[in-house]
Ligand binder design. Sequence first.
Ligand code: ARG
Length: 588
Amino acid sequence: MKKIIDLLTEEMQKAFEAAGYDRELGRVTLSNRPDLCEYQCNGAMAGARKYHKAPIVIAADVAVELADSPVFKEAAAAAPGFLNLKLSENFLTNYVKEMRAAPKFGLEMPVRPQKIVMDYGGANIAKPLHVGHIRPAIIGESLKRIRRYAGHQVIGDVHMGDWGMPMGLVISELQAREPDLVYFDESYDGEYPQDAPFTISELEEIYPAASAKSKVDPEFKAKAMEATYKLQTGVRGYRALWKHIMAVSVADLKRNYGKLNVEFDLWKGESDVQGLIPKMVEDMKAGGYAYLSEGALVVDVKEETDTKEVPPCMILKSDGAALYNTTDLATIMERMSLYQPDELVYTTDKRQELYFEQIFRCARKTGLVKPETKLTFVGFGTMNGKDGKPFKTRDGGVMRLENLIRDTQEEMYRKIREGREMPEEEARQVAEVVALSALKYGDLSNVASKDYVFDIEKFTSFEGNTGPYILYTIVRIKSILSKYVEQGGDLEKAVFRNAENESEKDLMLQIAQFQTTIDSASEELAPHKICTYIYNLANAFNHFYHETRILAEDDEEKKAGLIALLALTREVLETCIDLLGFSAPDKM
Ligand code: ARG
């Protein structure tokens, strides 16, 4: 189904042509002056020079051609040469009617769907998720859902930090605590136990303890380095222990991401590509790309057009060890060979922008990707506290993600209990669902690259530009619809009627922006566009709701028309919040 803006433009182009002007001038846009009109066209201004005529004369000529238009009810030439447009109610009704009948509300699917690997999440094994992990999870999940809905094939990969020194630290600390564990007996050649010798809470305590110890105890640090080396060279007991660390940690990560409604198709990590590194390095050397600089192996990635310094991309440290870069490059290689994607999208903190610029350039230069493969970086800003500094716990520590979620649920529960009669159990469940909307909408409604302030008061409010406000609107619609059904109405049979007043028409106009919104959110990787859209839509609905008798309407046909509009509003809102990664309860 065509976008409404394109249909309007087509009609306008016909009018320009009929009036003897270049049809290309007939581009229609949303109105800058909603008080005067719904859409507008500025083509007459652009045509003035070409036709040596005053813009208002051109606009008036075009307006004449639109006098009987089935699309525009009103096309008025306004000084100095705008065309102010209002849509015909009939045209608008048919458009929303078609939207409700079409799959995905008429969103056009791509001619050539893209295969995209999305790298987001970035959790680290043996370390609990903390507030720093909330943005990559929320934004990445939403981007995945949006691109999928837009018709692309998306593979989401959590890309865990599961290799290197942190693993060595955990293993060494375990050894210090329990030296008799069979994993440390190098003469042992039997099967290792099925169950891990630690729980997740022990693991979470072990890592920070080991990390702190390594900073003050050089001997321990040396041991951890040796353990890392042993793990990486495949010593059996170390491998077995690492597998336990992975299993225990991944189960916990899945649980925590689950609370955020975040899912990954792939649980791959840095460890998966270690075997690819030697060949990759050889190829880079053989291709003449990688050379030794102060002992380290590097690839130059600067370009003539650079306005800032882009340092070489380091492939191996002077001691021959692989680093973060090496693993990311090897991962690109693996993704290209396993999935042949058209695009790779990385969602991380924007402070990694230069790093990914180096990686992308290096991957292109050394032929790890095809010339036409798109490499995209989505950098997000920091989640700050009210003091404008990165969000911390009250005593200045790093807050665990789990605790942030719990606090938001508590606050939501309090607000729900305060405002209405609801049994405790139910209120708890509802609070969970609504809290997720508060967190996610609070994040996603900002342009991703900007920092934002985590304001629990504001985010959990039922009023204003918040997740709970959107859900409240949906719940309100759901309740009217179910009463309609209880009274014997049939939602499927409800037929649209032409809008009878401004607020009803405005609601239809808002709904009709769906395709444009989803397309640009998908192309620009911008979930905030969906937030703006549903906020406007929710406002339009609530305005309409306050002005309209719905269930009390006596005229059954009219009532059914209103119900059809409500049902569509609800479907569109629910689809949009699903793209943002949350859902609405039935009551709240
Ligand atoms: N694990 C990393 C960290 O905690 C983030 C990984 C981001 N993704 C990537 N492909 N480098 O900082």
